[in-house]
Design a protein around this ligand. Structure first.
Ligand code: UDP
Ligand code: MG
Length: 315
């Protein structure tokens, strides 16, 4: 029998988590697979971990890892994935926005059609407004234009990975993990299926705009060096402006007898142009140095506070 691991990062999800765990238990009732469910409590302020403890008492393969503080969704996900032993690993949110009914279809594609990675793309997200829709559309189009690795538009962290692809991803030591990009980066036979996104069942969205901005910039700057090219294009545009301006001054003076205060317009323009250029270059270099700094420090991404049931499966 094959082993399936389910990884659930949860931040303040005491109300939603029981619904998800109950529906997962119902889904795997037939015992066609050996099962393990790992909930990562990402420093919740509510009783999320107590929920895990309660479920663990009845089913010891429902396990939990409590992080020492809120480390962010991607770090919690990373921690969970590292503790799995399954032949296939499914990651999903705790708030029932990732419909568990999709899981049999994902398992079928993995087991019977040999797909190593099964991704889902969001059909619609009933929990987010127009602003997020525009933001997400812009992100995916910018990312796919500039990066060598192409992302599935409207991708989500609801996915199945086979052991081979997961091990490949976990081998990468980088600090700024961007799983949505890494699954494409490692390759393997991949399929994407559409999935609807329900309203979250309880609680509030904790992926604030600043968190999703950080995710987007981690993705963008880890997967492409497009920002390095920006100063070059800025420089070219500014050079063109200078050339046109000089042409205007020279032709104006000689052909049309325009009167300029000697040296004034050109001096001011050149000073501002060179200042702007330098600032842009410095800013960009700073961004990259910031990333190098984080990688060089190679700090652990998370710290475990408590564990229950790790190492147990449903068999
Ligand atoms: N989450 C987490 N740490 C965080 C923020 C979110 O583990 O700092 C979890 C959260 O509990 C949920 C999933 O990540 O299971 C997605 O978060 P959320 O529902 O807030 O984001 P959205 O689905 O709106 O993108
Ligand atoms: Mg959600």
């Amino acid at each position: 029998m094959k082993t399936i691991s389910i990884v659930i990062p949860a931040y303040n999800e005491e109300e939603s988590l029981p619904f998800l765990l109950d529906s997962l238990l119902a889904l795997f009732e037939k015992k066609e697979y050996i099962l393990e469910i790992i909930v990562i409590d990402d420093g919740s302020k509510d009783n999320t971990f107590d929920v895990v403890r309660k479920y663990n008492k009845v089913n010891n393969y429902i396990k939990g890892i409590k992080l020492s503080r809120n480390m962010g969704h991607q770090a919690a996900l990373d921690c969970g994935l590292r503790h799995t032993i399954g032949d296939a690993v499914i990651s999903m949110d705790a708030d029932m926005q990732h419909p568990p009914e999709m899981i049999p279809k994902m398992l079928d594609l993995w087991e019977n059609e040999d797909f190593e990675v099964v991704l889902t793309s969001k059909m619609e997200n009933r929990d987010t407004g127009l602003f997020y829709m525009i933001w997400s559309k812009t992100f995916y189009s910018v990312f796919n234009k500039w990066s060598e690795v192409k992302l599935t538009p409207n991708g989500s962290d609801f996915r199945l990975m086979g052991r081979k692809s997961l091990d490949a991803i976990l081998k990468m030591p980088e600090y700024h993990k961007f799983y949505r990009g890494l699954v494409h980066f490692v390759g393997f036979k991949t399929v994407t299926i559409p999935s609807h996104v329900d309203k979250r069942i309880a609680g509030t969205r904790s992926y604030t705009f600043s968190k999703s901005l950080r995710l987007a910039s981690d993705g963008l700057f880890s997967f492409s060096n497009f920002a390095l090219k920006l100063p070059f294009f800025f420089g070219l545009i500014l050079l063109c402006i200078v050339i046109f301006y000089l042409a205007y001054v020279v032709i104006g003076m000689f052909a049309f007898n325009f009167q300029f205060v000697k040296g004034w317009p050109s001096t001011i323009t050149l000073i501002i142009l060179s200042m702007g250029l330098q600032l842009v270059f410095m800013g960009i270099i700073g961004l990259y140095i910031g990333k190098i700094f984080n990688e060089v420090k190679s700090r652990p991404q998370y710290f475990k506070d408590e564990e229950v049931g790790i190492g147990k499966t449903s068999d």
